[in-house]
Design a protein. Structure first.
Lengths: 323, 508
């Protein structure tokens, strides 16, 4: 009899591990699959390439994870990225420090605006950030007069995006560091605990003395800050910077966060999940390139991946509720 | 008898997510009868009416109208049968005249245009038939709420209506207008039209109704002819909870020191002029009907709703409470009546729920949460309150109602409050857990915490409280003390009645 009980216990544990680590399992199997399909896949050069491709998205996904856990969403990140990049580039004559300060200043300001409208005014985050997205792009266009800006920054700047330390891309180190710091903060800090509380149940959070408006507001500022950091990596890899009105960044970043398993309904998720989502996204994108899938099909595949991720999210949410 | 009956609703049940709104409710109505439907808020009156008028579909049961089984799928079906409902909010078009409203959508026509003369004449006829002194050509927007209701009645009658349902018609009209309304209802009755009258003003019901049906928690608890009832009976049926099965150990005393004082608290349309004191170690009960404004008062004290005016003193000092964080800083904690959505975060573990008020105190040097201390705190709470859970990491949503409530209380206790607000702390939890919570509340009071206990269960108020505040329609009608807290005193203050109850019902 005990044997049966043990076996049931084991089966249950296996199931729990399987469902909590679904995305990791999918990631490992797709890596395995790609290794068989393409000899170029599992090379150090290609892996570093993947990281370089997704670096900007990954940094923005950190902020997006915070926002989504607080039951919000930020669709303005593409516009914000353009604005931060342009302002940063305009500052390049005053040195690297000025670029850094300029971008971060603008990102924080954008986040403050979004946070005020969503957190304090309680406006619908989808509509508000769609609106501010246009405002940010417009400001970037006006400021740059629609022209490209040539990147003439010092070596220290391009060091970020292009160079290696001990054979490891600086970008990879940066990403790991950012995910670690932001991840530990998200799992241990008082602010983060309150953010989860607000995301799960705003009324209960309010009744526990949590100022939910402020908590939500801050999450958008965090997003702004990470977009500013992303803009530095973004510009460091380019020779010229130009405002691009239609950029797929928002779409990709939300796909990454949801793919990782952070729930759009708020209050559930982590940066570990987002990191898995990021790598999985990078592998899919890279695989499509290696297998020479035409661009128009790539877009469709990305769309289907996002839809599958959302459907799976809904499925696992119901599973959690019933457990 | 058969030809007298106009409507029979048999075994009507209706389920909404999370609640059984109606359970096997049967109702029978004769021609020319005025049936009063009473019950507390949430008793199921509105649901029943909405089923009759076609707004909701019933889950099971049947409706027999004039001896024939019918299905009412849509509001138009109800109107077609001759059932008209007059809701609290008027459905008249404010910009149009009285006559136009009465004949809206079926105006008498002549040469392709509205025949104003005929329309106004017919409308005026209906109005004067009922003794309503309103001109048919007058604009509805200029009429008072009561007058608009009269127009609605006239409109209903113009449809050859056989049953008129009135949902709290007197809620916002004056006494004089109420008299007028009753005259109209009597006239309708003479025409053999039946009325279903919803109200919780017992005085009115005894003036106008032939039969009184009392609903509680979705079930019919009594349906009697008015002659066989007095007001106290009706109240008893409405509140209808078992009396005398708990504790009456009030051997402990509260201290003289005044912890908390409310002075003339007002919030528009919710409550008015609320003043009371709470002493150290006192359990102060708040009794009254559901919807009387007790919860609203507590929410305002805790800073969840804004006060329009009034002052709060804590330990003799004036306190400004503009949000719940202020209240918590002042040592007040709150266990909401809405356990599922407000006092507990379902997706958090027991530990995270218990520590949420204490996060700052659990801070490490780096500004993080000290998870070891947090766990110890939760373990202690689970032991102290005997919360039944597999571990401290168990999610709140997996706990039973009673254990969730204990977790909510534990959360407040971990903070060692000086004042604790408990809103219906034992609602919907099993008897065992109820007892545990009762003794916990007493222990707390004994240790010097001041407790504001809102409860709709009379035994709870009678058995637990040093004093009891009775709230009716947003105002304090009585503050009872010690031995004076009895079922009868509480009920008498809680419900608007016209006659001395004690004299009429004195055999107990």
């Amino acid at each position: 009899m005990t044997g049966v009980a043990d076996r049931n216990q084991i089966r249950k544990t296996v199931r729990v591990i399987f469902f909590s680590q679904t995305m990791l399992i999918i990631l490992l199997s797709s890596v395995l699959l790609m290794t068989f399909l393409s000899p170029n896949f599992l090379t150090l050069r290609n892996l570093f390439n993947i990281v370089r491709q997704v670096a900007v998205l990954g940094i923005m996904a950190i902020g997006m994870t915070y926002v989504i856990i607080g039951k919000g969403i930020d669709l303005s990140i593409s516009g914000m990225l353009s604005l931060c990049a342009i302002v940063g580039m305009k500052m390049q004559n005053y040195g690297f420090g000025a670029v850094l300060v300029g971008a971060i200043f603008v990102g924080t300001l954008c986040g403050l605006l979004n946070g005020y409208l969503v957190g304090k005014v309680k406006a619908n985050p989808i509509i508000v950030t769609l609106g501010t997205s246009l405002v940010f792009v417009s400001l970037a266009l006006i400021y740059s007069k629609g022209r490209s800006i040539i990147n003439r920054t010092e070596r220290i700047y391009s060091f970020f995006g292009n160079e290696n330390v001990l054979g490891i891309p600086v970008v990879l180190l940066l990403i790991i560091a950012l995910f670690l710091v932001a991840g530990i903060y998200l799992s241990r800090s008082i602010y983060a605990r309150r953010l989860y509380a607000v995301g799960l149940n705003e009324r209960a959070a309010l009744a526990s003395g949590i100022d939910s408006s402020k908590i939500v507001w801050i999450s958008y500022v965090v997003q702004g800050l990470f977009v500013a950091l992303a803009s530095l990596v973004y510009t460091s890899r380019l020779n010229t910077v130009r405002v691009n009105i239609i950029t797929p960044y928002v779409f990709d970043v939300i796909t990454i966060v949801v793919l990782g398993g952070t729930t759009l309904s708020g209050g559930y998720g982590s940066l570990y999940k987002t990191f898995i989502g990021l790598i999985l996204f990078g592998v899919i994108q890279n695989a499509m390139g290696l297998m020479a899938i035409p661009y128009e099909f790539q877009q469709m595949i990305k769309g289907i991946v996002l839809i599958c991720a959302v459907v799976y999210d809904e499925f696992s949410r119901k599973r959690r509720m019933s457990e | 008898m058969e030809d007298q009956s106009i409507l029979q609703m048999r075994n009507i049940s209706k389920h909404f997510p999370g609640v059984q709104a109606l359970k096997n409710v049967s109702l029978s109505l004769n021609k020319g009868e005025v049936l009063a439907l009473v019950g507390e808020n949430g008793a199921g009156k509105s649901t029943l009416i909405k089923i009759l008028s076609g707004v909701y579909k019933t889950d099971s049961g049947e409706i027999v109208f004039e001896g024939k089984g019918t299905e009412i799928q849509h509001p138009l079906d109800a109107i077609g049968l001759g059932i008209s409902t007059i809701y609290q909010e008027t459905s008249l078009v404010q910009e149009l005249s009285v006559g136009e409203n009465i004949f809206l959508g079926r105006q008498p026509m002549k040469h392709g245009r509205i025949d104003w003369k005929r329309m106004n004449q017919s409308s005026q006829g209906i109005l004067s038939d009922l003794g309503i002194k309103i001109k048919a050509s007058q604009s509805v927007g200029d009429l008072s709420v009561a007058q608009q209701q009269f127009v609605e009645i006239a409109k209903a009658l113009s449809f050859n209506t056989k049953i008129i349902v009135m949902d709290e018609p007197t809620a916002s009209i004056t006494d004089e207008e109420t008299e007028k309304l009753f005259e109209i209802i009597r006239k309708i009755q003479q025409k053999n039209t039946s009325v279903i009258y919803i109200s919780h003003r017992l005085k009115e019901i005894f003036q106008i109704a032939n039969t009184v049906m009392v609903l509680r928690d979705g079930e019919v608890v009594s349906c009697n002819s008015i002659e066989d009832l007095n007001e106290l009976d009706v109240i008893r049926y409405m509140i209808g909870r078992d009396i005398g099965n708990i504790f009456s150990d009030k051997s402990y005393e509260c201290e003289e020191h005044i912890l908390f004082e409310a002075r003339k608290l007002c919030r528009r349309k919710k409550f008015n002029n609320i003043s009371f004191e709470l002493r150290k170690g006192e359990i102060l009960g708040f009794s009254g009907l559901v919807g009387a404004g007790r919860t609203e008062i507590m929410r305002a004290i805790f800073g969840l709703d804004r006060l329009d005016s009034g002052e709060i003193y804590i330990n003799g000092k004036k306190a400004t409470i503009s949000n719940s964080a202020d209240a918590i800083r002042n040592g007040i904690t709150f266990v909401s009546e809405d356990r599922r959505l407000e006092s507990i975060i379902q997706g958090f573990s027991i530990t995270k729920n218990i520590s949420i008020l204490l996060l700052k105190a659990l801070r490490t040097k780096l500004g993080f949460i000290d998870r070891r201390k947090e766990k110890t705190l939760a373990e202690k709470a689970i032991k102290d309150l005997s919360i039944r859970a597999s571990s401290t990491n168990e999610l709140a949503m997996n706990l039973s109602g009673g254990n969730q409530q204990k977790t909510a209380v534990a959360k407040c206790l971990s903070f060692s409050p000086t004042i604790m607000i408990l809103d219906e702390p034992t609602k919907g939890i099993d008897v065992g857990a109820k007892k545990e919570i009762h003794s916990l509340i007493k222990e707390l009071a004994h240790s010097g915490v001041g407790i504001l206990l809102v409860s709709s269960e009379l035994p709870e108020i009678i058995g637990m409280c040093h004093r009891a505040v009775v709230v009716r329609d947003g105002e304090i009608t009585k503050i009872l003390e010690g031995e004076k807290i009895t079922e009868e005193n509480l009920l008498r203050s809680a419900v608007k009645t016209s006659i001395g109850l004690a004299s009429k019902k004195d055999q107990t």
